[in-house]
Design a protein around this ligand. Sequence first.
Ligand code: F6P
Length: 543
Amino acid sequence: MSVTQLPSWQTLTAHAIRLRDTRIESLFERDPDRLKYLCLEAANIYVDMSKTLLDRVCMDSLLQLAEERKLTDAIAAIFDGKVVNPTENQPALHTLLRERESTISDALAMDRFGQVGAVRKQIADFSDRMTNGKILGFSGSPIRDVVNIGIGGSHLGAQMVCDTLRYEHLSDVGVHFVSNVDGSDLERVLTPLEPDTTYFIVTSKSFNTAETLLNAKSASSWIAKSFKTRDAIPSHFAAITSKSERAVAFGIDPKNIFPMSDWIGGRYSLWSAVGLPISIAIGNDGFNRLLFGAHEMDQHFRTAAFENNIPIMLALIGIWNTNFLGCETHAIVPYDDRLRLLPAYLQQLEMESNGKRITLKNTLTDYHTVPIVWGGIGTNAQHAFFQQMHQGTRKTSTDFILVLTHQRSSQEHHDMLVANCVAQAESLMRGQKRDTFNDTENPTEKIDLSAHRETPGNRPNTTIVTDSLTPESLGALLALFEHKTYVQGIIWDINSFDQWGVELGKTLANSIMNELSGANPSAHDPSTKALLARYKRVRGGIS
Ligand code: F6P
């Protein structure tokens, strides 16, 4: 049975019709308690979901949907290490990476927790030695710059956290990130660096990702060329992977390999050894504070009742906006320059997790799954895509993210930032009626300016607030989005932890790479054939 056959889904469909012509702001007048059940706080995070087109009755139906989707069991299953990724037959135990002590009694969990502890110690030792100048290059010089080579989950999280917590950086060891196979990404990072004092961390769960392996190969050539010997490579490379044997085959010294577990998804892995660059950048205490903040949110998610549970409520509000109010996209707009990489990180987290069309019953969904997740930072976004948000025909729901204090922005600057964030949330809800422009002079007889100036409003948005941006509050914020993503996957009856859809493109790219190095061309459609022929002509060297 599809989730659309559930009684709560039917009821919600009726609520959407009932509320269709309702103004969000009128719901505040109708129910003075609105903020009490639509504004929640936990783990240094306050979330205001009240600018959403739903009332208490509708919210109760969403909570019923969560019950009917057996959410309590699903939450227990993920924390207890049950198989929640059935197409890869794996648990998803990112919460264990930030666990304080094992609350799980069975031997398997204890063993896994032991592995977590061992890697945490390995990270702490390595980052302490790195930041204290104890890791020396082939020439004996202390390392000054660390370059993480990885892509997707082996890049976005660590890069985003290091960038967001840039004012928390402790040591003067530079931390850099290379991900794209476009050679200019590696070139841009290496140009200002010295091979003598540069160290590479090759991060790849599979140790089989083409872009990462090619960037690592080029980086090792850069080192070998500079020292005129490949013997220098082991002194300048470490690896983070669940396939240690492949890293050894690549030439990484086994003592510089940080294991990743198969029960951690790439896009949920910044808390694992993948966080090594974070520990080097902000110190291992800083990394532990990040884990602690996330753990606080885990405890809230695990224990709070549905209606007081921020990840669950945010997930259900997302389902309401997407599946019942027809929002096609979801914008993430942090009003903080330090969070500029967050939208890209959440794109992978949410869209690679829930961009699915087949249910866990192997049937096609007859409902939408994840909306298009996109975004940008405020206030820049106001002068870019907000025109569409206010007057466009396509519906978007929005998460504003607001940090109330800022250690590197004057009060005047910060006042204006906060004022604009709050104003945009209000204006998307309120809009502005045509009749408020009646006194506006029309430029010509043909133009009714009031019509062009009217903004419909009633655009659903949520404001996520934290008092300050610390490793703890950032950890809690990211864990919030991870749990929101999991809950939506449960409601949509899909597997949030696999990504089979990315494989075909990789396979075709590999065969085209073979063609470009002279192998017989594989069968292509005329358009692909013509594109390759065009490239071969310009590239030369092959017919
Ligand atoms: O292609 C998608 C993906 O598999 C992501 O899920 C993953 O985070 C990324 O590529 C990198 O994979 P790996 O860590 O195995 O190199």
